[in-house]
Design a protein around this ligand. Structure first.
Ligand SMILES: [Zn+2]
Length: 118
């Protein structure tokens, strides 16, 4: 669990960095049980992140970006996100509608209340 001197999520028994995509998808909140988002996703910008979710391994249901509380910058590779940086993930989301093209199948469109108001 030690990487670059950072200890990740040791207080969360189920959180680890080696989820297969299927396992990660299985951990995704079911549509009806989904927590209402209060904060914008750092990747797609929709209001999908529940309060406190940014500090856990919460996965955005719209773009599949997994929150990485340890990211220091938008150009730092995220272990939780296949080594993608936030900037790369944003580019992918614009191009494919997901942080990686093959993750698109797990994503859903943003809901009306998740669209940030300018
Ligand atoms: Zn997102």
């Amino acid at each position: 669990m030690m990487e670059r001197g950072k200890q990740k999520f040791q207080y969360l028994p189920k959180a680890h960095n080696n989820l297969t995509e299927e396992e990660a998808a299985a951990l995704m909140p079911k549509e009806t049980l989904e927590v209402k988002g209060e904060l914008p996703c750092p990747c797609c910008g929709y209001i999908t992140i529940p309060k406190g979710g940014e500090d856990t391994a919460y996965i955005c249901p719209v773009c599949f970006w997994e929150m990485d509380a340890f990211l220091q910058s938008e150009d730092e590779p995220s272990d939780q996100n296949h080594g993608l940086t936030l900037n790369e993930a944003r580019e992918n989301y614009r191009a494919y509608g997901a942080t990686l093209e093959r993750l698109k199948q797990y994503c859903r469109p943003a809901k009306e209340h998740e669209i940030p108001h300018k």
